[in-house]
Ligand binder design. Structure first.
Ligand SMILES: Cc1cc2nc3c(=O)[nH]c(=O)nc-3n(C[C@H](O)[C@H](O)[C@H](O)COP(=O)(O)OP(=O)(O)OC[C@H]3O[C@@H](n4cnc5c(N)ncnc54)[C@H](O)[C@@H]3O)c2cc1C
Length: 393
């Protein structure tokens, strides 16, 4: 099947169409010559990869608890939905507290994704000797295929389980992670950085979007973000003259971005530098943990815990990302509300994400190229010569 045609929108075309307008700063002084907003090459021939992975969602939220097992202690740390990177440090802190209470000085961490690797680093920082044992290590782990933005409440639990206790625990994890990420800014290679992003909408933001961003097949997820209002930078409404997008309502905000290749490398380098070891090995069942020499074992197997423990409370939620060639001049992302389109610019490329109709409960990681091409079409349309309200200034 031939893919639908995609309109390539080059920077030159955008400038010719008068769309490479400047985005004036939302706060503070109005600079005389603000930087222009570079165009994204929303073209099929810029796709270098289409990655698919599954979010390990649990309606009750992540499982972080200790389980005595055959004279050992297993500390579970899995089921972080669409928030694993964002909550990793806070979740690791809880797991490490449980590990320290066993008084063992050496621990094993099963899993080398966002959760296992960060838990291993947090345990080292607490003075423990750590060995990671895992089937895959980065970049083959599912965590490597995430978008890589601060999204601490994304598919973290369903609304019915968002009890006050859960919310308080989640908030503690999110705040600790957020603080840790601020210490990772400004490092060589920019493993973590702030970038600007635009929220686009056809309707005023106080009205619901015409079509939902998530299909009706997905649960009623808890919306917790307003608990973090004091640390999340506020978004600012822009006038049509302040942005190039052919949509009536636009807000700009700062987005914390994890450049996952650089960030993962940093975590691994630090882990090895502090004496960490990795053994690659697959466990067919919990019983096989008995072969480990460590008596305190952190289970950070993510979606793998479903098969390993027979834990059917973990539901896969499929997610697909088209990776476009890097464009260093594009230093912003966007989310088009109600149009199933999210774009994040990272150092290693531009990531274009769209939801499928049947992502929930779907563990199929076969790429659906048509889904990504349709998202690119919507992105390209944002840069076509638009309405009269967007005349060049
Ligand atoms: C499309 C998409 C975008 C996302 N974007 C974001 C985002 O922007 N921000 C964010 O915070 N989160 C995001 N997420 C969510 C995030 O990726 C996950 O929450 C996170 O990857 C979970 O990490 P993990 O370490 O638990 O699992 P994994 O990365 O799956 O790691 C599990 C580890 O356990 C090992 N393992 C599993 N089973 C076994 C076994 N039987 N024996 C031995 N080893 C085993 C694996 O080999 C691996 O090493 C996104 C997810 C998707 C799908």
């Amino acid at each position: 099947m031939n893919p639908p045609p995609i309109s390539a929108v080059s920077r030159r075309q955008l400038i010719a169409a008068g769309l490479a307008l400047s985005a004036a700063p939302a706060r503070g002084a109005d600079f005389a010559s603000p930087a222009p907003l570079a165009a994204i090459e929303a073209s099929a021939d810029h796709i270098v990869d289409i990655s698919v992975c599954t979010r390990p969602f649990r309606a009750r939220g992540p499982r972080i608890e200790a389980q005595p097992w055959a004279g050992r202690t297993i500390i579970h740390n899995y089921g972080h939905g669409g928030s694993g990177w964002s909550l990793s440090w806070g979740s690791a802190r809880l797991a490490v507290q449980l590990a320290l209470s066993t008084r063992e000085k050496r621990i094993a961490v099963i899993g080398c994704g966002a959760i296992g690797l960060t838990t291993a680093r947090a345990a080292q920082r607490a003075g423990l000797r750590v060995r990671i044992v895992c089937r895959e290590r980065p970049p083959e782990v599912r965590s490597s295929f995430a978008t890589g933005v601060w999204s601490p409440s994304s598919r973290i639990c369903s609304n019915e389980f968002a009890s006050p206790d859960f919310v308080a625990r989640w908030e503690g994890m999110a705040r600790h992670s957020f603080r840790m990420y601020q210490y990772l800014l400004g490092l060589p290679g920019d493993p973590v950085e702030w970038r600007e992003s635009y929220l686009l909408s056809d309707l005023p933001f106080d009205q619901p979007a015409a079509s939902a961003n998530l299909p009706a097949t997905e649960p009623d997820y808890a919306e917790l973000d307003d608990r973090l209002d004091d640390i999340d930078p506020r978004s600012n409404p822009l006038t049509p003259a302040q942005h190039p997008f052919p949509v009536p309502h636009v807000r700009r905000y700062a987005q914390l971005v994890f450049n996952l290749p650089a960030y993962t490398k940093l975590l691994l380098d630090d882990f090895f530098r502090e004496g960490g070891e990795i053994e690659q090995r697959e466990f067919g069942s919990l019983r096989q943990f008995a072969a480990l020499k460590e008596r305190t074992i952190v289970n950070a197997t993510g979606y793998g815990a479903r098969a390993l423990l027979g834990d059917e409370s973990i539901v896969p939620v499929r997610g697909q990302i088209a990776h476009l060639l890097p464009q260093p001049e594009v230093r912003y992302g966007l989310h088009y509300r109600g149009h199933n389109l999210s774009v994040v610019s990272r150092r290693d490329g531009i990531l274009v994400q769209a939801q499928g109709d049947n992502d929930y409960g779907n563990a199929d990681i076969t790429p659906d190229r048509a889904l990504s091409l349709a998202a690119l079409e919507r992105l390209a349309a944002l840069a076509r010569p638009p309405s009269t309200s967007l005349r060049p200034r």
